[in-house]
Design a binder for this molecule. Structure first.
Ligand SMILES: [Zn+2]
Ligand SMILES: [Zn+2]
Length: 464
């Protein structure tokens, strides 16, 4: 078996691993390296669509290997047509550093993942303004068609003939799938979003275990323990292990985060805001339960409402159990008397419209009237609603997400502090990582006991 780490070595994320065995080739994850991409691009210096592949090759943001990239890009960027040379890509979870670059893959390469991962990728695609969508469906780019007037038009997503549905193969927990000479088994793990898994790749030359991103302190910690058991039983020759927090000995606890948030809420007599990673349903559940313990309603934003709906039975609670905050956007017509609902709808994206007229919808007016009744999920991108909500100086903000790790995030954080200072809102902190500590990783590696260890998703491979 040949294992080539194409991304994720000596850095956190951007995992792309090519596994070759007797003519079979698979990829494990195909993610974006945030640190590498951030070296050349920013919010205001975006990659150009017309030269995405060539520009990304130039900066080493994508590996130059044959037979994996989408044909519309290859031909538009004057590169030779290629035959498909990869039999499948196995995605561990829907975080961008593991899944974002599916965007670049040929439409006929099967993408294997869990059902929750498929749902999250779809939600990201449908709600995002991200130019690198095309995760579950892909629209043929740089293509023209002849319109009704007999002239040439550019293809957009509205021309459904040109939209391809990717071959997403949803796998069940502990299911194995045969791909050529390999058998790949999906093994769920605990991480900071639903549907995370690792893989065990079985071959006649030995087995390979890949952890994906893993932790042992979330509400699904039993899954990670079972993962270690199965990985050990596979007597692997190779172990690809993540090591995000190798330098840390601190054991985190999601249960501890919930207790802390519940405590902050109990001490507050005013509105409580919580900032959290939107896709982290484990955290969302902690906040939901902490609110409930304090007889408060949890208020979600439209995106979270959509995610909960799409996850269906995979979500730990139903949309009816929370309130939905409908923000004033665009013309800000929501809640105005005597305005046709069709006109109000136009303030919102198409996917948002089914969530603005439900019985459990509220607006800033209700938050102003009854601040002590609610715990509100709020991101840095929704701070502009504070001028509508007009929170009192006794309102609190709980930051339940990771510390900024790049300059852009530092600036966002500083901007948030300005907003909070303006409204005299006090900030509190409660967070647990999505990753196991160094000690836990070392114990896991010892237990699995591979012949060869390949550290990945870490800035400190020397600590293994
Ligand atoms: Zn990651
Ligand atoms: Zn992750």
């Amino acid at each position: 078996m040949n294992i080539t780490v194409l991304g994720g070595l000596k850095e956190i994320g951007g995992n792309k691993i090519l596994v070759e065995h007797k003519g079979t080739r698979i990829l494990l994850d195909f993610g974006m390296s945030l640190s590498q991409a951030g070296k050349y691009y920013s919010e205001f210096l975006q990659p150009r669509k017309c030269a995405l592949l060539t520009d990304f090759f130039e900066f080493g943001l994508l590996p130059q290997i044959k037979g994996i990239y989408r044909e519309d890009y290859l031909s538009h960027m004057n590169m030779a047509k290629e035959e498909k040379e990869v039999d499948g890509v196995f995605i561990t979870h829907a975080h961008a550093d593991h899944a974002q670059y599916i965007h670049f893959l040929r439409f006929d390469i099967p993408v294997y993942c869990t059902r929750a991962t498929e749902v999250i990728l779809r939600v990201l695609e449908e709600t995002g303004s991200n130019p690198l969508s095309d995760l579950v469906t892909a629209c043929e780019a740089f293509t023209f068609y002849t319109n009704k007037k007999g002239r040439q038009s550019r293809v957009t997503r509205k021309k459904t003939d040109f939209v391809h549905v990717r071959d997403i193969e949803v796998m069940e927990a502990y299911q194995g799938v045969k791909v050529g000479s390999l058998e790949v088994e999906l093994v769920p793990v605990d991480h900071s979003l639903p549907g995370a898994c690792g893989y065990i790749v079985h071959s006649d030359e030995g087995n390979l275990v890949y952890t994906g991103d893993i932790r042992f302190h979330g509400s699904n910690q039993e899954l990670s323990k079972e993962f270690v058991k199965r990985a050990k039983a596979a007597e692997p020759r190779w172990l690809l292990s993540e090591g995000t927090r190798m330098e840390s000995t601190e054991r985190d606890s999601e249960e501890g985060v919930k207790r802390k948030i519940a405590g902050f809420i109990a001490d507050s007599k005013e509105l409580v805001f919580v900032e959290h990673p939107i896709m982290d349903l484990d955290r969302v559940t902690s906040i939901f339960e902490a609110a409930k313990e304090n007889n408060r309603h949890f208020v979600v934003n439209l995106k979270l409402a959509y995610l909960i709906t799409e996850l269906g039975d995979l979500s730990p609670f139903a949309l009816d159990e929370v309130e939905i905050l409908v923000p004033r956007k665009s013309w800000g017509l929501i809640g105005k008397e005597g305005i046709d609902s069709k006109l109000v709808e136009q303030d919102y994206s198409v996917w948002e419209r089914s969530f603005i007229n439900r019985e459990n919808c509220i607006t800033y007016r209700e938050l102003r009237r009854n601040p002590a009744k609610y715990v509100v999920s709020m991101s840095l991108w929704e701070l502009n609603q504070l001028t509508d909500i007009k929170p009192s100086s006794d309102a609190i903000w709980i930051k339940s997400s990771c510390e900024p790790f790049c300059d852009e995030m530092e600036l966002d954080e500083e901007r948030k502090r300005n907003w909070l200072e303006h409204f005299k809102i006090k900030e509190y902190f409660a967070h647990a990582s999505g990753h196991a500590s160094g000690d836990e990783i070392r114990a896991m590696v010892k237990e699995i006991n591979p012949e060869v260890l390949i550290p990945i998703h870490t800035e400190h491979p020397e600590l293994f």
